[in-house]
Write a protein that binds this ligand. Structure first.
Ligand code: C2E
Ligand code: MG
Ligand code: MG
Length: 563
């Protein structure tokens, strides 16, 4: 090689060395590429191939990542390879090729090729490894963005106003273990992936979606896309195969709408809120989508206090059973009573609406219900012993009991303990939403029937009424909810009036007893009478009463019913 060429090589190599040695700045890749091209041409090479293997096993299987750093398109044979192990324990190799028509490399040329390759490979692997390291840091092993990338996003948007117009969510896919069971883990992964892609698309460029783990995700999206996102989360058909197989996926979510000018001091300013809201959404009492707000949190605090105080309150007799009479609309006689709980605390009465839903979040409600049943049985025993007029008393049982497969024994045990004839007890149960609950309900109702204990559907018409519920399960009584009861001046042609008439007629025709709840006015009572509905419960006659008051009603001849 002549001196000119030598000079030119060192000139280029010096530039290459300096361009590749900048550590803390963004490298000038096009410059490096053009220098490499020039040196390679000068050394008569036809192609340069770099491979990065993440571990020796990958190298053995030759599954590395390939990068072409120089290519003339001329067929060549390998003439030199360099290989080294990086400090991240991955392996980098570079092989250069030369056309067989070219004279072989001289010793000097080979040493220059080697020098250039080592310089280039160090540079390429360092840059590539940085990307790999970022991938490892910000994506989990299934390729989902991870929590660190979500935190990073928040940190980058911490200044006031940067998150204006955004909303953050924590959502969990529902029943995903069932999906895995149904179609297997591999397809389950595909469903989850496809769902994630769907959410990622809605969240768009300004947003982000990360997986916390399992089937739990967090995301940011623009407020204007929230509606679309919620619809997607609520229910979406997710296609998971090329043949178009799909599955319906739904999620529960906690939502935090970021107020304008919001400043993030701590990651928890966002994470804490969406996770708290999600926790409530998971319970289901407040719906599948729960928005974070301060009132919600105050509500939660209150619920926590109620749950904490409950065990002592029950032990200390703070719960009292009140009785609301049920009245025969033809004779005015008292024909039954419903037991309803009241919590006496520091001279105040806490109504069920404040504590039942909280107790239903755990099995505490079951303890209360058994306590009420026991009190009712003790009272009936006392009335029987006193020779009083005794009527059938209904007790509300939460759906929570359905999980208890010893429920029947427990109920019978309490009733028998007080030697109460079964005909005096009625169990009120509310409608169910799922098939599993439906089967449990059917089992319980049939079991009670076999013991001659009355059963009633409470609040019929509210929530998820299903005619199947009364077709399949052999109830004794149907309690029509007051939402079906026409208002005082309501036309008889209103939808409510029509439905009321038909529900009452259907109940009677099916041979069930029918009672209407929430009768407040004489006009409403007349509607019952006109429709031959023989039982009523409501403020028109009495509110739920303390036991001593109720005893007076038992002794009373009859309520006036001709208003
Ligand atoms: P429910 O079983 O449907 O009970 C009837 C509710 O309607 C009672 O409310 C009663 O006071 C109210 N009510 C009766 N007549 C009228 C009326 O004319 N107008 C109006 N506006 N309301 C009327 P309460 O006692 O507040 O109980 C609410 C719910 O709490 C009950 O609804 C029941 O689902 C639940 N609950 C009460 N005590 C217990 C209990 O010991 N265990 C369980 N599991 N649930 C209970
Ligand atoms: Mg009830
Ligand atoms: Mg009711």
């Amino acid at each position: 090689m002549n001196d000119d060429k030598t000079l030119r090589f060192y000139e280029l190599f010096e530039k290459l060395a300096s361009a590749t040695q900048i550590v803390n700045q963004k490298p000038d890749i096009p410059l490096v590429e053009s220098l490499l091209n020039e040196i390679s041409a000068m050394l008569r090479l036809s192609k340069g191939v770099t491979r990065i293997y993440r571990n020796p096993a990958q190298e053995e299987r030759d599954e590395g990542e390939t990068m072409i750093s120089y290519d003339t398109g001329i067929q060549g044979v390998p003439v030199h390879t360099v290989r080294f192990v990086t400090n991240l324990m991955s392996i980098a190799t570079m092989t250069v090729y030369m056309s067989p028509d070219e004279p072989p490399l001289s010793e000097t040329e080979l040493s220059r090729v080697d020098l250039t390759m080592r310089t280039a490979l160090t540079f390429i692997s360092r840059n590539r490894l940085q990307v790999i390291a970022e991938e490892l840091a910000f994506f989990d092993d299934m390729g989902y963005r991870n929590i660190r990338s979500f935190f990073n996003y928040i940190t980058w948007n911490a200044q006031p106003g940067k998150l204006d117009g955004m909303v953050s969510l924590n959502y969990n896919l529902r029943h995903f273990s069932l999906v895995n069971e149904e179609i297997g883990h591999d397809l389950g992964d595909k469903v989850m992936r496809a769902h994630y892609e769907g959410v990622t698309q809605i969240c768009g460029k300004r947003g982000i979606v990360s997986r916390l783990g399992g089937d739990s995700f967090v995301c940011f999206c623009e407020q204007r896309c929230l509606q679309e996102l919620l619809e997607y989360l609520n229910e979406s058909a997710v296609v998971y195969s090329e043949q178009g197989d799909s599955l319906t996926v739904s999620a529960r979510a906690g939502v935090f709408v970021v107020p304008d000018g919001f400043e993030v001091h701590d990651i928890n300013d966002i994470m804490g809120k969406i996770m708290q809201a999600y926790k409530i959404a998971r319970g289901g009492e407040k719906g599948h989508i729960v928005y974070y707000d301060d009132e919600l949190i105050a509500d939660r605090e209150r619920a926590k206090r109620i749950a904490q105080r409950f065990p002592d309150a029950l032990k200390n007799g703070e719960f009292k059973v009140f009785y609301q009479p049920k009245v025969n609309t033809v004779t005015g006689e008292i024909c039954g009573g419903e037991a309803l709980s009241r919590w006496f605390r520091k001279g105040r009465i806490i109504p069920p609406s404040d504590f039942i839903s909280v107790l239903e979040e755990s099995s505490d409600i079951c303890k209360l219900d058994f306590y009420v049943l026991e009190t009712v049985c003790a009272n009936i025993r006392k009335w029987l012993d006193e020779g009083r007029n005794v009527v059938r008393i209904s007790v509300n049982l939460s759906r929570r009991h359905m999980l208890n497969d010893r429920l029947l024994e427990r109920i019978i045990g309490i009733i028998e303990k007080y030697r109460v004839p079964h005909k005096y007890i009625e169990i009120e149960l509310t409608e169910t939403t799922t098939d599993v609950e439906f089967r449990d309900l059917q089992r319980v109702v049939c079991g009670l029937q076999a013991q001659n204990i009355y059963t009633s559907v409470d609040d019929f018409g509210m929530g998820y009424s299903s005619l199947n519920l009364i077709r399949v399960i052999p109830w004794n009584v149907l309690k029509v909810d007051r939402c079906f009861l026409p208002l005082d001046d309501e036309e008889s042609t209103s939808v409510r009036s029509i439905m009321f008439r038909h529900v009452v007629a259907m109940t009677k025709e099916m041979g069930l007893e029918c009672i209407v709840e929430g009768v407040e006015t004489p006009a409403q009572l007349n509607v019952l009478k006109e429709n031959s509905c023989e039982q009523a419960q409501g403020f028109l006659f009495d509110r739920p009463l303390p036991v001593e008051e109720f005893e007076k009603r038992l002794d009373m001849q009859r309520y006036p019913i001709d208003f």
